[in-house]
Design a binder for this molecule. Structure first.
Ligand SMILES: C[S@@+](CC[C@H](N)C(=O)[O-])C[C@H]1O[C@@H](n2cnc3c(N)ncnc32)[C@H](O)[C@@H]1O
Length: 220
């Protein structure tokens, strides 16, 4: 059960976002653009992460410090669930972090966001409160991502996704140009190869503004 954020408590400072499994900060950038002070956690060094970074296990860090943030975001690794992993190897080689992840996020008592590939919604592991695509934001990428939130979605006004074949959309495997895919994603500080795992910042900026509007403190 999450607690409503005390708006008075954050007046005079930016709301704080914990970005679990942050990689190089695609999701983080969107929250920062919406006005969050972002701290990222990843178990591998991320020298290009553009905000405060802590190298640690995501579950352990969330359990210890998650309650000190205003909003907790978790991009749990998708290898166990993604169809593409089945082409490359055995999904069972990758840990199932969604169940333990949800538990540890709920235990913080703070509002939270879980992001993952659409296969997690098909398998009913994530409730698809929001399903976002690059085409809804004018991005040249077809990249569906599912978001489950502690507030359950709602309030959204977005056009449907629209990406017919041959309409100049870039796919993540078309990263021969070192920057083209990253730039199309809005991840201009990454290479195209690095951007393959990233969440386009436009998605999380939109999720963040949904959260701030529902909390009654949209940026003035
Ligand atoms: C899909 S990427 C995250 C993408 C990121 N949210 C973005 O938008 O750029 C998943 C990340 O989880 C990290 N990771 C995997 N297991 C972890 C763990 N136990 N604790 C912390 N990070 C972990 C990986 O190193 C990888 O960078």
């Amino acid at each position: 059960m999450t607690q409503p954020t005390d708006i008075r408590r954050v007046r005079g400072r930016w709301p704080r976002l914990l970005d679990l499994f942050c990689c190089q900060g695609g999701a983080a950038k969107g929250y920062a653009d919406a006005g969050f002070d972002v701290t990222g956690v990843d178990n591998r060094p991320q020298p290009n992460y553009p905000f405060t970074f802590v190298q640690a296990d995501g579950l352990e860090y969330c359990a210890a410090y998650g309650h000190t943030f205003d909003l907790v975001h978790g991009s749990w690794p998708c290898e166990r669930y993604a169809v593409v992993t089945r082409w490359r190897g055995n999904p069972d080689d990758h840990p199932d972090l969604i169940g333990p992840g949800r538990q540890v996020m709920q235990a913080t008592g703070r509002p939270w966001v879980m992001e993952n590939v659409p296969e997690t919604a098909t398998a009913r592991l994530l409730r698809p409160d929001y399903i976002l695509c690059g085409s809804q934001f004018g991005l040249r990428v077809r990249r569906h991502r599912v978001f489950q939130t502690s507030w359950g979605g709602g309030g959204e006004l977005l056009p449907p996704c629209w990406h017919p074949r041959g309409r100049n959309k870039l796919m993540s495997f078309e990263h021969k140009d070192e920057r083209a895919y990253a730039n199309a994603m809005g991840c201009t500080w990454m290479t195209s190869l690095e951007a393959r795992k990233a969440v386009p910042p436009a998605y999380t900026q939109w999720i963040a503004t949904q959260f701030l509007a529902l909390e009654g403190r949209a940026a003035a």
